[in-house]
Design a protein around this ligand. Structure first.
Ligand code: ACO
Length: 325
């Protein structure tokens, strides 16, 4: 029997012009390029210009994704934008993007699940499409983490970067098998008892300020590998697939050691893992769509490939998705 699938029609990304190499941090902090590379795999990251907001990054990625999909803003009926660094407390950054791309109908909203935000947005977009509430949805991750890191804390400020990535999904009939193109399954999880492992020490109703990012890196690391691997396995199981079917793991790009240990735990070779963390750092909700877009440009991922996306972040919130490109 036919089923409705959320099929990828176009993909795009944007990185701000300013590239910050690891060495730049040594001017103000007791750190080194060697330490950052060895512990994280990060070599450089992009930082937004002073006058660039998250919605500006989102706009640049969105117009590339629309162009690649052969669409304009008015072909979309929904935008779901994942960010932990919105332009303003409200309105949503998604509605700013909606206006910027000339989309005059439909609806747009933000999702906040920090680094897992893109998986959460993708799962919600898929549910809207499969239930008939939407036909053509832009799912976008956009972040300006350079605005919330503490540049005096060497344990966190070297890890993050700015950027945006976007996908356009559209309803298409599939057969219901794992051979269909589109989002085949999603798996979402969170556990609020870990709130204090990774958080921002400010907020509207607590301090009336934005605050800065605080992280217990070692503890986050411990949770990351096991939670990512189990969520990835669950997403494959729900789709009726297994690790040996996966052409590419496209993980959240936080730390090369987390990425490689998770792949090993899942029994997938690093030859089948998309890695962009060296050039982007951790761009939170933007990291997976950025990696997808870069991997497509590199010629790594091709139409029909089975991708496993997985991410974890503050909350803790984590999840995975099996997607046939
Ligand atoms: N340069 C030099 N030394 C540093 C730096 C730095 N940039 N940062 C920390 N150190 C020092 C520490 O101060 C410590 O020194 P000490 O022994 O004198 O106290 C030493 O290095 C070891 O510190 P650890 O925290 O034990 O280092 P670790 O090997 O755990 O690496 C890191 C730290 C990279 C943060 C690691 O824990 C990690 O990657 N954790 C996961 C974090 C992550 O990926 N978060 C994002 C996921 S969720 C999200 O994306 C929002």
């Amino acid at each position: 029997m036919g089923v409705i699938r959320a099929v990828i029609k176009g993909c795009g990304h944007y990185l701000p012009e300013r590239v910050v190499e690891n060495d730049e941090f040594t001017e103000t902090l007791d750190t080194s390029d060697e330490w950052i590379r060895a512990r994280t795999g990060i070599e450089r990251r992009h930082f937004a210009a002073d006058d660039q907001k998250t919605s500006d990054l989102a706009y640049e990625a969105a117009i590339v994704a629309l162009k690649n999909a052969g669409m304009t803003g008015n072909n979309l009926d929904t935008i779901i934008l994942a960010t932990a660094t919105p332009d303003q407390t409200f309105p949503s950054t998604a509605t700013r993007l909606q206006h910027a791309i000339g989309m005059t109908g439909g609806f747009a909203f933000d999702i906040q699940a920090v680094c897992a935000g893109f998986i959460y947005a993708l799962a919600n977009a898929t549910a809207l499409i499969e239930s008939g509430h939407a036909k053509t949805v832009m799912v976008i991750g956009a972040e300006t983490f350079s605005r919330i890191v503490d540049f005096t804390d060497r344990g966190t400020c070297v890890l993050f970067g700015d950027g945006a990535g976007a996908l356009v999904l559209q309803a298409e009939e599939g057969t219901g098998s794992g051979e269909d193109r589109g989002v085949l399954s999603t798996d979402l999880n969170s556990d609020g008892k870990y709130n204090d492992l990774l958080y921002v020490d400010g907020g509207v109703s607590s301090t009336q300020s934005t605050g800065k990012l605080r992280m217990n890196g070692q503890e986050v690391f411990k949770h990351a590998v096991s939670k990512l691997a189990s969520s990835g396995k669950k997403a494959l199981e729900v789709a009726g697939l297994q690790a040996s079917d996966v052409d590419w793991i496209v993980p959240h790009q936080a730390n090369l050691r987390i990425i490689s240990r998770t792949a090993k735990k899942m029994g997938v070779s690093m030859d089948n893992v998309v890695v962009t963390v060296q050039d982007h750092g951790n761009t939170s909700a933007a990291s997976i769509p950025l990696a997808l877009s870069v991997a497509e440009q590199r010629g790594q991922i091709k139409k029909g490939d089975l991708l496993l996306l997985e991410a974890i972040g503050g909350g803790l919130a984590w999840g995975a998705a099996a997607v046939r490109w």
